[in-house]
Design a protein. Structure first.
Length: 749
């Protein structure tokens, strides 16, 4: 039997698909795994945080490599606010005296851990200066739901210092919520249940966080806006107009400090008050109490609030046929200390990808579209380098950017990918074409098997029947944030993980020695990332028609719509049930003289919310999408129907489609975030919220705003549908005048 001809790639004719697969085979054959190891070894030899001497050397090293591979390369510099510690003290004052060590010691077998003079100490970037004293309260993960539990137990954190464990949300949410509840300060520690001996052997015997390890990290309010706190919405150039620090809304309000679980133990064991709920208890050898007190502490912090240079490496290869369409591929190069896992593991995969692309060009291949490779600085403190670059070049990006492909860190295990729903089929095709280095099956097959195995029992059948794995929408955990949420550029985030356990994250132990023992010792999964991301870059660079699938977005919007309608029903039912219980208790107290007769305050009923505008807009989108998808699938193979100028205009509209889902007014109380379909949660940080305007209004029980946001979301979906209306004439007519193509430049700015 003859072998079955592979189906055409998305955006390619059958003939061009064959040529593209041959190109990708050449790409794979040129990958040199030893490059990843040697580059990582060099880049992790010293700390290279934002503003450090070695950080600048790392940027210059990367730029020199790109130039040697034939790229037109520059280093763009921005001046950004980056405070570093001058004073850090944490002491237990009552009922006994103890002072936190606040130090990660050298470990034998970890060759760089002893470079104490070069390492940033353990701290939370952008914490304000402060000297506060107060009783302690244990607040579990310190997320809004935890404060509801404390309220039910009659515990108030006003005037107290809260002690929260890492996990449950992004770290910046913890001081934010604590301040909203009146706390004076916030301490965050890593509990061994989540990140320590409860999970496995400690470093260096195993990979998990040891008793003195602490997690550095930013606590700037990125769900409000990321990037330089003093220049929201504009590039932080040397001449930029900056806000006074007192007016920078993204800066936290109370001092905050991360500590190890060894430092946390004296504080926790001296707490009394109610015993913590079962799911609040960590793995330290104590009974977990909530407080307040009698543990009383003093937190003293002072910082050097300075502007430092951020060095973004930008490398280009100009496209031949469509130089005005940009395919952007990025990863950050700065680390909190050595950053072998985060970010160097994925940075070296990007570098090898770029080296091989440069070699293909040297051998005679040319990309149809312009390729831009970026190595961002300042990601760790708050997505600084990528945000400032994109804000500075916003007008160009809105006109030219076709896609942004991100990575951040990678390890051993399963393909991790998230991104714009229009790219779901595209990344599934790629995942089927890359072999898992350990299992010998495609990374698609391995991921699907994992999803079936880990799915809740009620979802297993649906996961089995699904022909594509679902591409989760993006929150705000990495450098894609400014592209997708602020500018409306379709984006992907790629990496591998799940089998590289460990607690080195944001510590001095995220080192070359740790990574080559526990992360990806053979660098085989680094090569796998090079192959996946390389295919994504090359396929976008060469596609006859940009490989977006409009129906992917339509299906996602329908799913998100059903979810918010269900959430509204749950809110209504929850309020009704709560009020019913209040009435029952009041009735019982009335007839039972042994019970105190208190009339609790019931909640007002949830009003009827009219979702009809959203449902009608969705219906119109589904009709348009269904017709359009049939036409788009025929385009690459029908060269007579659409040629030359018509095809170029079609691509112009396709690359602008995601922009049509943005509103220049942005989301309520955070206008920087302009995407109406997804955004990082206001109280979750990294975690995404879909239809965020509606969803967060429902969660906050702001019914009037929910009604308003239903209409805003419906209008945005109609805007997207209207935008898509311009595609069908382009597909049907071989020549269309340029002014007929929709232009969404006004949608964002």
């Amino acid at each position: 039997y003859a072998a079955q001809e592979p189906s055409p790639l998305r955006g390619y004719s059958l003939e061009r698909s064959h040529q593209q697969r041959l190109l990708e085979n050449r790409f794979d054959s040129l990958i040199r795994k030893d490059n990843l190891r040697s580059w990582m070894n060099w880049m992790t030899a010293h700390p290279h945080h934002l503003g450090s001497p070695f950080g600048k050397k790392v940027a210059e090293f990367i730029a020199d490599q790109f130039r040697s591979w034939g790229y037109e390369t520059e280093i763009e510099q921005f001046q950004v606010l980056f405070p570093t510690p001058r004073l850090r003290k944490l002491a237990l004052l009552e009922p006994e005296l103890a002072e936190a060590r606040l130090e990660e010691p050298k470990i034998e077998g970890d060759q760089t851990s002893g470079q104490s003079g070069e390492q940033l100490p353990t701290y939370n970037a952008y914490s304000p200066d402060g000297d506060v004293t107060g009783e302690l309260v244990y607040v579990n993960y310190g997320i809004p739901q935890d404060y509801e539990v404390l309220k039910e137990k009659g515990i108030d954190v006003t005037g107290k210092i809260v002690l929260a464990r890492y996990g449950g949300s992004w770290r910046g949410i913890k001081p934010k919520v604590a301040a909203e509840h009146g706390a004076l300060g916030c301490i965050i520690y890593s509990d061994p249940r989540d990140d320590g001996y409860f999970q496995g052997d400690l470093y260096p015997q195993g990979s998990w966080r040891n008793e003195n390890g602490a997690q550095r990290g930013s606590v700037v309010d990125m769900p409000l806006y990321p990037g330089d706190p003093l220049t929201p919405g504009i590039g932080a150039t040397s001449s930029a107009k900056r806000l006074p620090r007192s007016e920078a809304l993204s800066l936290p309000k109370i001092p905050v400090l991360p500590i190890s679980y060894a430092d946390a133990l004296p504080f926790l064991k001296n707490l009394k008050g109610p015993v913590a709920p079962v799911d609040w208890r960590g793995a330290l050898p104590i009974t977990y109490h909530l407080g307040p007190g009698p543990a009383k502490g003093r937190l003293t912090l002072a910082f050097d609030w300075k502007l430092v240079p951020a060095f973004d490496v930008i490398a280009r290869i100009k496209g031949t046929d469509l130089p005005e369409e940009w395919v952007i591929r990025g990863n950050h190069h700065d680390a909190w200390v050595y950053g072998a896992g985060d970010p160097v593991s994925a940075m070296v995969a990007l570098m090898e990808e770029a080296r091989v692309v440069g070699e293909l060009v040297r051998q005679g291949w040319k990309p149809r579209r312009t390729l831009i490779y970026a190595a961002w600085d300042g990601e760790e403190p708050g997505l600084l380098g990528s945000t400032e670059w994109a804000e500075e070049h916003a007008d160009q990006l809105i006109r030219h950017a076709a896609v942004y492909i991100n990575s951040d860190s990678t390890g051993r295990g399963f393909l991790n990918c998230s991104g714009s729903p229009t790219l779901e089929r595209f990344i599934n095709e790629i995942a089927r074409d890359v072999t898992d280095p350990e299992k010998g099956i495609s990374v698609w097959e391995r991921l699907r098997a994992y999803q079936i195995m880990t799915a809740p029992p009620g979802d297993v059948k649906e996961v089995r029947q699904r022909s594509l794995f679902r591409l989760d929408p993006l929150g705000a955990g990495s450098d894609y944030t400014v592209f997708v949420h602020h500018l409306g550029v379709a984006s992907l985030d790629l990496g591998f993980g799940g089998e590289n356990d460990g607690g080195a994250y944001h510590s001095i132990y995220d080192s070359f020695d740790h990574y080559t023992r526990f992360g990806d010792p053979t660098f085989d999964y680094g090569v796998a990332l090079t192959k996946v991301a390389g295919r994504a870059t090359l396929r976008f660079a060469n596609a006859e028609v940009l490989p977006f699938e409009i129906s992917g977005m339509t299906e996602a919007v329908e799913r998100f719509t059903n979810q918010v309608i269900k959430l509204a029903d749950e809110k209504r039912t929850g309020v009704e049930e709560k009020n019913r219980r209040i009435q029952e208790k009041t009735f019982e107290a009335y007839f039972d003289p042994t019970l105190p007769f208190v009339v609790p305050k019931s909640e007002p009923p949830v009003p009827f919310l009219n979702f009809a505008p959203l449902q009608n807009a969705l219906s119109r989108l589904k009709d348009e999408s269904r017709n359009l998808e049939q036409l788009l699938q025929q385009v690459p193979s029908d060269n007579e129907k659409l040629s030359g100028e018509g095809r170029n205009q079609l691509n112009q509209v396709l690359r602008q489609a995601e922009r049509a889902l943005t509103r220049k007014e942005g989301l309520p109380r955070r206008s920087w975030f302009k995407h109406e379909i997804y955004a990082p949660g206001f109280y979750t940080g990294y975690q995404v919220k879909t239809l965020p305007g509606i969803r967060e209004a429902l969660e906050q029980q702001n019914w009037r705003e929910a009604e308003e946001q239903i209409k805003e979301a419906a209008d945005t979906i109609d805007q997207f549908t209207h935008f898509l209306n311009g595609l069908a004439p382009l597909i049907s007519s071989p020549t269309i005048s340029s002014h007929s193509s929709p232009d969404s430049r006004s949608l964002v700015h």
